[in-house]
Design a protein around this ligand. Structure first.
Ligand code: KG4
Ligand code: ZN
Length: 334
């Protein structure tokens, strides 16, 4: 039996969790800073760091309280090393290093994107080989995993991440940051009546491009505005979402065609998207009925320390520990 204290502070959530054996969530405490960044329309790195400093000790104490345990049961301290904002990452890393040193526990460095993939393991066992569609504010990747802890990025975005396109369009529509969830909600009241581009959908690769779609939507809004026309926001949202989700589903199916896998794991903030969940479920059940599809529960789609604790288990099992020279890696790849 292994209990790992995990810490996550890569962006705008300060989080600590205690995870047993890589899958049992004894606690998961998340302090969100979204309200502080909202008025700026995006995450302000300096504000994020300050909030992490204020929150980190309390969040860790709350994780112990929620789990009802003490340091004597903790086997290791895991922390997000990257990718993320350097100042934000450093707060979690400094806390993890200090605690590991003070309590004489091994330290584990975890990749944030690996964490997103392993979030599904907090609910169901993962079977390998697997394919993961990783969709967040900073990433849009297709990742092939032959076994635990091995990542092969087979497709990536050539420009914007899908979450970034959601948030930028949300901003132009005047929605509060982050716009992804709001666009998803608006889309459910609208109709897919505008034919926005589905870049690279027929290209024989696993890459994505969302900047053309983003520009097409923004130009459409500006042109209508100049003509004094008012477009229905819900229809814009529904049409944009249909284009974005069509590409995500098509590329994932293409990847499943080339990489026979047991499981398909959708990971990252955009995994919360209702249309992606619905359309991917239908498409996979039809074309690959033997592939098991995992979506993390909504509460575990966004950034949280529980997923870091789940991913850390495989480093622990292999004896892969970091030392106190551990540094933040803002551009860390899988
Ligand atoms: O994984 P995450 O919490 O942070 C990063 O590591 O980036 O992902 C945040 C992203 C944001 O772009 C947010 O707008 C998007 O996930 N998001 C959504 C939804 N919920 C969150 N995008 C589309 N539909 C949603 N329901
Ligand atoms: Zn994330």
């Amino acid at each position: 039996m292994t209990n790992i204290l995990a810490i996550e502070s890569s962006c705008d959530e300060t989080s600590a969790a205690i995870i047993k054996d890589g899958h049992e969530m004894r606690s998961n405490v998340v302090a969100s800073q979204i309200k502080s960044h909202m008025r700026f329309g995006g995450v302000v790195p300096e504000i994020a760091s300050r909030h992490h400093v204020e929150q980190i000790t309390q969040v860790i104490a709350a994780a112990f309280k929620e789990a009802g345990c003490d340091w004597d049961v903790i086997d290791a301290v895991a922390v997000t090393q990257g990718p993320g904002l350097v100042g934000a990452l450093l707060i979690g890393i400094t806390a993890a290093k200090s605690l590991a040193f003070a309590h004489n526990k091994p330290l584990i460095a975890v990749n944030h994107m690996a964490g997103h993939i392993y979030a599904s393991q907090l609910v169901e066992r993962l079977n390998f080989p697997l394919l993961s569609l990783v969709v967040s504010g900073g990433h849009t990747e297709l990742v092939y995993m032959p076994s635990h802890g091995h990542f092969q990025t087979i497709g990536d975005t050539r420009d914007d991440a899908v979450g970034e396109a959601y948030d930028k369009i949300g901003r132009v529509l005047g929605l509060a940051y982050p716009g992804g969830k709001k666009i998803d909600e608006l889309a459910q009241e609208g109709q897919d009546i505008y034919d926005y581009p589905r870049a690279m959908i027929n290209e024989d690769n696993f890459d994505f491009s969302f900047s053309g779609l983003k520009s097409a939507v923004i130009n459409h809004l500006h042109n209508a505005d100049q003509r004094g026309e008012t477009l229905k926001q819900a229809d814009i949202a529904a049409s944009f979402q249909a284009a974005a989700v069509d590409v995500l589903v098509a590329k994932t199916l293409r990847a499943l065609d080339h990489y026979p896998v047991k499981d398909l794991v959708v990971a990252g903030g955009v995994a919360a998207n209702s249309s992606l969940r619905q359309k991917l479920k239908i498409a996979v059940a039809k074309a690959y009925p033997d592939v098991k599809l995992h979506f993390p529960p909504l509460a575990l789609c966004g950034d949280n320390a529980a997923m870091i604790g789940a991913a850390a288990q495989y480093h622990y099992d292999k004896g892969e520990f970091a030392d106190l020279s551990l540094d933040a890696k803002p551009g860390l790849a899988l």
